[in-house]
Write a protein that binds this ligand. Structure first.
Ligand SMILES: Cc1ncc(COP(=O)(O)O)c(C=O)c1O
Length: 366
C-alpha cells in the first residue's frame, strides 16, 4: 500500500522503557517525543504508550506538539522549550495536563495577567547557555511565580551541555550548581537527566528522566554506550526505514547516472530506482556515498540523490523485480544499516538523521 514507510518495533519500545526503569528505578521515565518523536512518529508513539504504567508523561519542544498529542493520552505533557505568548488561541487550550517552560520574568508576568491557571516548569541555565534563568535570577523568578494566584510550579529543570562526553567535569559542575538551587525547593519535581546524563551521572537522575535518544535505542556517544554496557543496560533501535523498487534499468559500461552525471558505470549493470530522495529525508550528501539492502545484500547508491528518487547499482546477474523491498535503515538477513552509518556518511549525528525523515511518511508500529 505504501512505497516508502517506517517500521517501529514495539517489542524494543517496551524493552527500552524497561532498561530506563532498571537504570533509574526511583525516577519517573518521560519519553521525549519532540520533533515527531525523533522522526519515529509523534502520534504513533504517544498512542502506543498512552497508558503504559512506566511512562510518567511525555515531553515535547513546543506547545503545538503538546496540543497535537493532548487527546491521545491522559498523561501529563511537558513543553521543554518554547511557546508563542501572543498565540492566545493555543494558550486557551492549555489546561493542567500541559505544563509550560519559563525562563524570563516578562513571560511570567504576562502569563499571570491572562487570568487563567498555568502549570510551569522553571528552566535554569547552569552552563548550556541556551534557555534558562541565570543562577542569580532564578530565586526571584520562583518568588514571582509563587506570588501569583494563577501560576503554579510543576518542576525545576536544567540541561547539560556535554553529558555524552568522556570528561564529566563540566556536567558535574552543572549538577552541583543546579542542586545548590533545588535543595531549597524539594516540593517541586526536579529533573536534569537526558539519556547521557541518566547513564553517566547517576546523581542527576532525581525525580524524572527525560529519555530522548536512548528511548529510541540510539546512543548519544560511544562513551555513553560503553558506560551503559558496564551497567548492563542495553538499548535497542526501534526504527527500520523501507522502500520498494519502482523501476529497473539496464546500463552499459561508461553510462552516466543522474543529475550532473557524477557517476560513470564501471561495467554493464542494472540500476534499481527507489522512490525516495532528499525530500523524504535521504540526505543529498549520501550521493555516491551510501548503500541499501536488497534480499540481505548491500548495494551502492550511485549518482546524486534527487528530490524524490535514488539510484542503486545492482549486478546484471541479480534477479530483482519492481516492487521488491529495499532497506534504507535496519536489518535484512545478516546485513544491517544503522542510523550511525548514515550519520557517518553525512558527517552529522544520529539525532539529525532520524529527525529529518519526512513526517509525512507512514510509520507503522509492529
Ligand atoms: C531539554 C531537553 N531535555 C532532554 C532532551 C533529550 O536528550 P537526549 O535525546 O540526548 O536524551 C533534550 C533533547 O534535545 C532536551 O532539549
Amino acid at each position: 500500500m505504501f512505497l516508502t514507510w517506517l517500521e517501529i518495533n514495539k517489542t524494543n519500545i517496551l524493552h527500552n522503557i524497561g532498561q530506563f526503569k532498571k537504570l533509574a528505578p526511583h525516577s519517573q521515565i518521560w519519553p521525549v517525543v519532540k520533533s515527531n518523536a525523533y522522526g519515529h512518529g509523534l502520534k504513533e508513539i504517544v498512542a502506543y504508550l498512552s497508558d503504559h504504567d512506566d511512562v510518567g508523561g511525555f515531553m515535547v519542544a513546543n506547545l503545538e506538539e503538546a496540543l497535537t498529542i493532548k487527546n491521545l493520552t491522559k498523561k501529563p505533557i511537558m513543553v521543554l522549550s518554547y511557546f508563542d505568548l501572543s498565540d492566545h488561541f493555543s494558550l486557551e487550550k492549555v489546561d493542567s495536563q500541559i505544563s509550560l517552560p519559563v525562563y524570563d520574568i516578562d513571560t511570567i508576568n504576562q502569563l499571570a495577567s491572562l487570568n487563567r491557571d498555568f502549570l510551569l516548569n522553571v528552566k535554569i541555565d547552569t552552563g548550556t547557555a541556551r534557555l534558562g534563568f541565570s543562577q542569580d535570577q532564578v530565586r526571584s523568578a520562583i518568588d514571582q511565580v509563587e506570588k501569583s494566584k494563577h501560576l503554579k510550579i510543576f518542576s525545576l529543570f536544567t540541561h547539560y551541555a556535554e553529558s555524552e562526553a568522556e570528561d564529566q567535569t563540566f556536567s558535574k559542575k552543572q549538577l552541583a550548581d543546579f542542586q545548590k538551587i533545588t535543595k531549597n525547593y524539594k516540593k517541586y519535581k526536579i529533573h536534569s537527566a537526558c539519556t547521557a546524563a541518566s547513564i553517566s551521572l547517576p546523581l542527576a537522575q532525581s525525580n524524572i528522566i527525560r529519555a530522548g535518544l536512548g528511548f529510541y535505542g540510539l546512543w548519544p556517544s560511544q562513551v555513553t554506550k560503553k558506560r551503559a554496557d558496564q551497567l548492563a543496560i542495553d538499548l535497542r533501535p526501534l526504527l527500520s526505514w523501507k522502500t520498494k523498487i519502482v523501476h529497473i534499468k539496464q546500463l552499459k559500461k561508461g553510462d552516466s547516472i543522474g543529475y550532473n552525471r557524477t557517476y560513470r558505470c564501471k561495467d554493464d549493470c542494472q540500476l534499481a530506482v527507489l522512490p525516495i530522495g532528499y525530500n523524504e529525508g535521504y540526505d543529498r550528501s549520501l550521493s555516491n556515498n551510501s548503500a541499501v539492502l536488497i534480499s540481505g545484500q548491500r548495494y551502492p547508491v550511485r549518482g546524486n540523490i534527487c528530490m524524490n528518487l535514488t539510484m542503486v547499482e545492482i549486478p546484471k546477474s541479480l534477479e530483482v523485480k519492481v516492487g521488491e523491498v529495499v532497506t534504507l535503515i535496519g536489518q535484512d538477513g545478516g546485513e544491517k544499516i544503522t542510523v550511525e552509518e548514515l550519520a557517518d556518511y553525512c558527517q552529522t549525528i544520529n539525532y539529525e538523521i532520524v529527525t529529518r525523515i519526512n513526517p509525512n511518511l507512514k510509520r507503522a508500529i509492529i
